[in-house]
Design a protein around this ligand. Structure first.
Ligand code: PLP
Length: 437
């Protein structure tokens, strides 16, 4: 039942495709969030994207703020990326041998980033993080890691772990199929709590190989941490001979070319990137000092490999993307545009006394149905997600596509112009009036 003034969009073709996909894939999808389980209706099957627009199988057009979950900082079907990819593809698609393109992308990264001296390409963010953890363990000779409740680091076994009860706890597996013994190696603590960091290091003295944190946590809402908290974490790692890993799969090349590390001016020991670095094709990466990276095989004893790692077509997309990001003023323009957009939405909600807050950094934003500051996973009221459901439907009905979960952030891209952002604002104002009426 639609509560709003706009009719629900047609989903006939998507429904047909969904019926078929359910016979092929669990839940009809190849990644769970795509199944639209926490919003109304069946998932939209996307047919085409161009600039900031996407079209579904029924021909509905949307201004897209999901951006393939972050990679598309230049928008869909960017001509520069497309042309570079096609040019490289003419010469074959994979060799499993080194190519000059890997050097080219590595040079763009390393020359413009003060946080990594040597890198290794992978094919996903999950692989990058999983490998970074192995590197930290191999380098320190220790087994345990600390992660934070509310940070997502992909779906490798050690990281599908959530907090048990108590401040500092052995993790509990957050997925069936993860052995308890793996979870025992992962200590889970809350964000925004210096005491928990100290407690964890005290309790597991000389056992912690690494602490992993999302540079700016953006997978469970946008949980902006204070500068002095991250500084405290950095110091605690150094003091305890544990490596600090910034998982910058979302924030890398997003909040600035050098990601969250530069945002804080804090040097992690290992950094992971993904998403934007591949311009929409599958690329992940981890990097560190030459000394730490010297422990990776074949130079060192930490094994890690990949048939399609450094794939030339994916490298081409990365090269074309990063080249654009290095143009002067790129981030200033994008971040300024985003700020005007979210400030205006916040002003509207505040003027109307709606319990609604926009959290934002760079070109990332998150809509929260609250009037409180939110810094930890626990701060998020799960019942507020009912309101997101309505917002999501009303925005779809007005031609605006957000990721189908209230825990997910949205992304503004270089392809969104003032015209689309104005249209989106008006749609959000109308939708909020319906959510709160
Ligand atoms: N780390 C972070 C911070 C992420 O946001 C994600 C994906 O959303 C991952 C790791 C996993 O990356 P992928 O989905 O490419 O495996």
């Amino acid at each position: 039942t639609n509560t709003g003034s706009k009719p629900d969009i047609s989903r006939e073709k998507s429904a047909e495709l969904y019926e078929k996909s359910k016979t092929y894939f669990p839940g009809g999808v190849n990644s769970p969030v795509r199944a639209f389980k926490s919003v109304y209706g069946i998932p939209l099957f996307i047919q085409k994207g161009d600039g900031c627009y996407i079209w579904d199988a029924d021909g509905n057009q949307f201004i897209d703020f999901c951006a393939s979950w972050g990679p598309l900082i230049l928008g869909h079907n960017n001509a520069k990326i497309r042309e570079k990819v096609i040019e490289v593809m003419q010469n074959g698609m994979s060799f499993g041998a080194p190519t000059a393109l890997e050097n080219e992308l590595a040079e763009l990264i390393i020359k413009n980033n003060s946080y990594v001296e040597k890198i290794r390409f992978t094919s996903s963010g999950t692989e990058a993080v999983m490998s970074a953890i192995r590197l930290a363990r191999g380098y320190t000779g220790k087994d345990k890691i600390i992660k934070f409740e509310g940070c997502y680091h992909g779906h490798s076994d050690s990281l599908l772990v959530k907090a048990g009860s108590g401040l500092v706890t052995f993790g509990e597996t957050s997925s069936a199929g993860v052995p308890k013994s793996f979870a025992d190696e992962t200590i889970v603590i809350p964000l925004n709590d210096k005491n928990a960091i100290s407690e964890a290091f005290a309790q597991f003295k000389d056992q912690i190989a690494a602490v992993i944190i999302e540079g700016i946590p953006a997978n469970n809402g946008l949980l902006l941490q204070d500068q002095d908290y991250i500084e405290f974490l950095r110091a605690a790692c150094t003091e305890n001979n544990a490596l600090l890993i910034f998982d910058e799969v979302i924030t890398g090349f997003r909040v600035g070319f050098e990601g969250a590390a530069a945002h804080y001016g804090i040097k992690p020991d290992i950094v992971t990137y993904g998403k934007i670095i591949g311009g929409g094709l599958p690329v992940g990466m981890y990097g560190a000092s030459a000394e730490i990276m010297g422990h990776i095989s074949p130079d060192g004893g930490v094994y890690q490999a990949g048939t399609l790692s450094g794939n030339p077509v994916a490298m081409a997309a990365g090269i074309a993307t990063l080249t654009e990001l290095l143009r002067s003023g790129f981030y200033k323009d994008l971040n300024q545009k985003t700020k005007e957009f979210v400030d205006s939405i916040q002003r509207f909600a505040t003027a109307k006394n709606y319990k609604f807050k926009v959290f934002t950094v760079g070109s990332i934003f998150w809509f929260a149905f609250t009037d409180k500051d939110i810094k930890t996973a626990e701060d998020i009221d799960p019942t507020s997600m009912d309101k997101f459901k309505v917002l999501h439907r009303e925005l779809l009905n007005r031609g605006i596509y957000l990721g189908p979960s209230g825990y997910e952030v949205g992304f503004v891209s270089a392809a969104h112009t003032k015209i689309e952002l104005e249209k989106t604002k008006r749609a959000i104002f109308d939708a909020l009036d319906l959510v709160f009426r």
